[in-house]
Design a protein around this ligand. Structure first.
Ligand SMILES: [Zn+2]
Ligand SMILES: [Zn+2]
Length: 330
């Protein structure tokens, strides 16, 4: 029996491929939590006075993020910080919201740490669900990938809700694997502009809005899965059916193959992305921010992507009317 190399007491149950370290489960979980706390402190992701909104997709990663942040709150490691957990209901049968059959579980988990949990609906924010928008687009001959619609609208939804609620940070559960995929994807697409915004606060479309933080960005997906399993956090039962047509899906396997030859490839990619973005940010003339011609949101383009989608769907007026009434309320 191999003994854990950290505590030297309990039997080792996990081999960390990158470092070759053998760990018992307790030391693995401690090291995961330590790494998250270090990431938060080192990059000043969360500061006293922050109101952090944790995006819950229903997947295990977001639940682990909520669990760990809740634990930090409880241990008073995040002083003077307020946290809200939230889910966005896109409104199609496979939206993250519906995949998340454990809604009651999330509510319970959040309340255990004294965290408020809310669900916000596309329909209330935009006047249409994602599926209604996709149908209108399709009728006019525009086939837009459901993940694109979800992604573009979700970003905007978070900023609209966040401004109303007073959020200062939005925490998402992107892990090391997700981040490595993002960097590789941008390299493969030759997207230097997106790479220049890569980093801890990046949001290529709406960069001056509520900062996004990714406290799990240096944690391997596999370690999150083990953490979830042993903490009674339910694994996601159903994978999004739209995922297979997403180009990222293949990258996942490509990276897994590369990792066998080069165990540190994911860290290398993320660190490459960070260094490159730092260089690009100082040397590149950043595209100056403009205001969307229609909705006034900040955008690198004349018409923001949200308005572009609604315009193509013939629903621009409908959408603008809806957001105008929303801003009157706030
Ligand atoms: Zn140990
Ligand atoms: Zn717009």
């Amino acid at each position: 029996m191999t003994i854990c190399q950290r505590c030297g007491k309990r039997p080792a149950q996990y081999l960390r491929v990158v470092s070759g370290e053998r760990l018992c489960l307790r030391c693995l979980f401690n090291s995961v939590e330590d790494k998250v706390l270090k990431t938060i402190r080192r990059y000043r992701l969360i500061k006293p006075g922050d109101y952090v909104a944790v995006a819950i997709s229903g997947g295990k990663d977001s639940l682990v993020l909520l669990y760990i942040l809740g634990k930090f709150l409880q241990r008073n490691l995040l002083k003077d910080v307020k946290i809200e957990a939230f889910t966005i209901n896109e409104g199609h049968p496979y939206s993250c919201f519906y995949r998340m059959s454990k809604r009651e579980y999330v509510k319970e988990l959040a309340s255990k740490f004294g965290i408020e949990y809310n669900v916000y609906h596309f329909k209330d924010i935009f006047g249409v669900t994602a599926i209604e928008l996709a149908e209108s687009l399709s009728k006019r001959g525009h086939e837009v990938h459901m993940c694109t619609i979800d992604g573009v609208l979700r970003r905007r939804a978070m900023n609209i809700i966040g401004r109303r609620r007073g959020w200062t940070k939005i925490a998402t559960a992107h892990n090391l694997d997700d981040e490595a995929q993002t960097v590789l994807m941008n390299v493969l697409m030759g997207n230097l502009s997106r790479l220049s915004w890569y980093g801890l606060y990046e949001d290529a479309e709406e960069k001056d809005l509520i900062p996004r933080i990714k406290p799990l960005k240096y944690i391997r997906e596999e370690e999150i899965a083990i953490y979830a399993y042993y903490h009674g956090i339910p694994l996601m039962e159903l994978e999004c059916p739209y995922v297979v047509t997403n180009p990222r899906y293949n990258l996942k396997f490509t990276l897994a193959t590369l990792e066998k030859e080069m165990p540190s490839v994911k860290y290398n990619l993320v660190s490459f992305g960070e260094k490159l973005s730092a260089i690009l940010r100082t040397s590149m003339q950043q595209e100056s921010l403009r205001r969307c011609r229609y909705c006034g949101a900040t955008s690198a383009r004349d018409v923001c992507r949200v308005c572009e989608l609604f315009e193509k769907a013939g629903l621009l007026e409908h959408y603008l009317e809806k957001t105008r009434s929303l801003s009157l309320q706030s």
